[in-house]
Design a protein around this ligand. Sequence first.
Ligand code: ZN
Length: 98
Amino acid sequence: MPEAAEAGATVELPDDAEYGWWRDTHPDGFILAVRTRSKPLLHKAGCPEVDRDVHPGRLRAKGARQICSDTKSALRAWVASELPADGKLVDRCPKCGP
Ligand SMILES: [Zn+2]
């Protein structure tokens, strides 16, 4: 299993089974949905919007990524370093309200 235990760490899990496992075992965690045409969207780990079984087409689309972390600050730091063109702007999902 990938290392995700360290506080502040982020993890990206392309494998659907590992991704599902992470969501199940991090109910208080957060997932950043990286999209190609708009700002990254922050979700709570349990939000159906980041469930690949519910939205397989969108979440597995080319350029779409889901970054997992126990903390929002780690995800904001990830955006700042990985997506500098987006600045530090992150939208919050209106459905789960992270
Ligand atoms: Zn959400």
